[in-house]
Design a protein around this ligand. Sequence first.
Ligand SMILES: NC(=O)c1ccc[n+]([C@@H]2O[C@H](COP(=O)([O-])OP(=O)(O)OC[C@H]3O[C@@H](n4cnc5c(N)ncnc54)[C@H](O)[C@@H]3O)[C@@H](O)[C@H]2O)c1
Length: 431
Amino acid sequence: MTISFIGHGYVGLVTAAVFADLGNTVWVVGRTKEKIERLKKGDPLIYEPGLDELLKRNLAAGRLKFTLDYKEGIAASQVVFIAVGTPSKTSGEADLSQVFAAAEEIGKSLVGYKVVVTKSTVPPGTGRKVSEIVNRHKPEGSSFAIASCPEFLREGTGLSDTLHPDRVVIGTNSDRARDILVELHKSIDGKQVLCNVETAELIKYASNSMLATKISFANAIGFLAEKVGADVERVLEGVGLDKRIGRSFLYPGVGYGGSCFPKDVKALIAIAGEFGYDFKLLKSVHEVNMEARNNFVDKITRHFKSVKGKTIAVLGLAFKPDTDDMREAPSIDIVNSLLDKGASIRVFDPIAMEKAKAKLPHGIVFAKDPYDAANGADAVAIVTEWNEFRQIDLVRLAKGMKHLVLFDGRNIYEPTRLRELGFMYYGVGRM
Ligand SMILES: NC(=O)c1ccc[n+]([C@@H]2O[C@H](COP(=O)([O-])OP(=O)(O)OC[C@H]3O[C@@H](n4cnc5c(N)ncnc54)[C@H](O)[C@@H]3O)[C@@H](O)[C@H]2O)c1
């Protein structure tokens, strides 16, 4: 099948490359000349494990094509996916301007019959609005159906998530569009959930909000565990062994970040409000998430009484491991807060250093590795649970530090081991 993607970010490019690898011809439409030129040469522009190779393989095979021209990208396509960004407005609502701009361009470029699919995360009712826009701009004689296939991939495991998802949601009111989308997804594992457009749109927000709720629940239990002298890791192990609950996403830490959970939780609160429902549960999920970041900084501040003049080494900047994505990363608030309180900051992240430079204030030191970051530091703060931090030579790390204090924002170390090595150890939700 020939298909096209509007947008080549974490979702657009990964999904396009996977569909190309399955034998489809895939056009990717972008809006920046320089980026399209780099993509044509095989530079994915983002870090996603395995994407580099997949991109090069499918470019060489002629199955993956990049263009700035909507007409060229859409002409031969049966299906057009909208995979542009839907960031938060300051009100918390989803900003749909990129989606609507893409819909207008698709409308103007329509020939024959196309299925226009929103893959971006969009509030229920957006499909209808996209339909109106495409309809307003489409040339006579062309036709289309609207569908919603929300994306569930996780950055860092995007390729295998796309190929082997838990489910494929296909939301459309058109039988013809549904048949085309079922056919397109036939090589993708995962149970197909066939539904109407609004249902598909809401499934995505409900899923992300449920996962965010689990994280905030784990954090709330962590706050309590510290007060009552319990070990949150054992508590959640005990809880998660109940098959009705499960262990996944029940991990305390410095809270969720990234381009999805914070914005989708806020957007679902706004959507609910628009329809007259006060989504108190999700408001608390968001509050607890902010508390998790603040508590971590408070813990560091409490230890030193004041962090003024102290040097803190922050290890991990990306919002989670195996990505360079810095959007809404907890590290940003944590670093800013420590700087405001007068600390000096040295940071290291295995992949996100370049992107972090654009997001973090001037005056912090970008170190070349964890040991360099910890050199001369009064404390180390683990903010992202990169696997390589689990493997750190703690004896070597300790040698360079001024004081042996470690704040483990992700509970990646065994407290007893750290204490044996002479560290003062602070985890989350445990002694
Ligand atoms: N990143 C994730 O892990 C993830 C997972 C599931 C769903 N989503 C959702 O998917 C959507 C995209 O997320 P992302 O992380 O890929 O965003 P992103 O910011 O990485 O990519 C968006 C892309 O859209 C392009 N774009 C915007 N307007 C355009 C236009 N008019 N024409 C052509 N290109 C245009 C941008 O240049 C960029 O390449 C969002 O709604 C997001 O919530 C993201």
